[in-house]
Ligand binder design. Structure first.
Ligand SMILES: [Zn+2]
Length: 285
């Protein structure tokens, strides 16, 4: 049996599930010690999973459509997520003036563009895929990242870590990129409310989401990689992040008059009581 990829403890088999796009079964393992769930036999042909279709809503995650987000930059519901992320980061750091910001796993760069157009920060993007070739933002290459060690005040990794086959290597890399006192803010699905139903959990799509976390798992990774883990809870910003997630799951892509009538301050709290996304710690370098 494969040991836990994070803490090396023994694991148990949770079960098998077919991929969203890769039509074979994947085996999910669980570590009781650190709470990590991971795919034992992930798809390693990334071209097959993250192809053109993935980025325009025809891939393993049909709710992803980066093409639309470029074309409809000022009207996409993703504006709520961008607003929420930047508000949350501001609430953690106090102010944003002059900060350098890296969005790690930036896709087509919406958050970076939002930051550069609306905030007093200098934001860059990085993405392992070639989708950034369409991005209208400053994009760093893997070689650039080497030069930018210790350069960033803020790193965001929005729905990124669940895609990583070797999360500890990624966290160590992000730690090296941050300045002392910098902030790492990751968002990902929280397995904790779904422990008994994880194979049926819609977030668990095994060809793309190969590493699944709960708050104690993320805390373990952060501390193992040299971060201090800090809990900020349901800070300003989460209302807007959750608003985006709800609209996305309802397949609404544009902001509109109807959704604007929803009392989001209440609705987001109700959703959060089930999904517990703000229970995850942030990392401080
Ligand atoms: Zn473990």
């Amino acid at each position: 049996m494969t040991n836990c990829l994070l803490c090396q403890s023994s694991t148990t088999v949770v079960g098998k599930k077919p991929g969203g796009r890769i039509k074979r079964n994947f085996t999910l393992l669980h570590c009781q010690t650190c709470g990590f769930y991971f795919v034992e036999d992930p798809e390693l042909d990334f071209e097959k999973v993250y192809d053109e279709a993935y980025y325009d809503g025809r891939g393993a995650d049909p709710l992803i459509n980066y093409k639309h987000e470029i074309e409809s930059f000022s009207t996409t519901v993703r504006n709520y997520e961008w607003r929420g992320i930047t508000k949350f980061v501001e609430s953690c750091l106090g102010k944003l003036d002059g900060l350098t910001w890296l969005d790690y796993g930036c896709g087509t760069g919406g958050l970076v563009r939002f930051c550069n157009e609306n905030l007093p920060v200098k934001a860059h993007g990085f993405d392992q895929s070639s989708v950034t070739k369409e991005a209208l933002i400053p994009v760093l290459s893997e070689a650039d990242l080497e030069k930018y060690q210790g350069s960033f005040d803020v790193i965001t990794a929005i729905e990124v870590i669940e895609h990583c086959i070797d999360p500890l290597a990624e966290f160590a890399k992000l730690r090296r990129l941050l300045k002392p006192g910098g902030l790492l803010f990751c968002t990902t699905g929280n397995t904790a409310p779904f422990e008994t139903t994880i194979l049926d959990w819609s977030y668990y799509v095994p060809d793309i989401h190969v590493s699944l976390f709960q708050p104690k798992t993320l805390k373990y990774c952060l501390e193992k990689s040299g971060f201090r883990a800090e809990n900020h809870g349901f800070q300003p910003g989460f209302e807007s992040i959750i608003r985006f997630k709800v609209l996305k799951s309802l397949k609404m892509s544009e902001m509109n008059i109807l959704e604007k009538m929803v009392p989001w301050s209440i609705a987001s709290r109700i959703v959060e009581s089930k999904f517990k996304l703000s229970d995850f710690p942030v990392g401080r370098s």
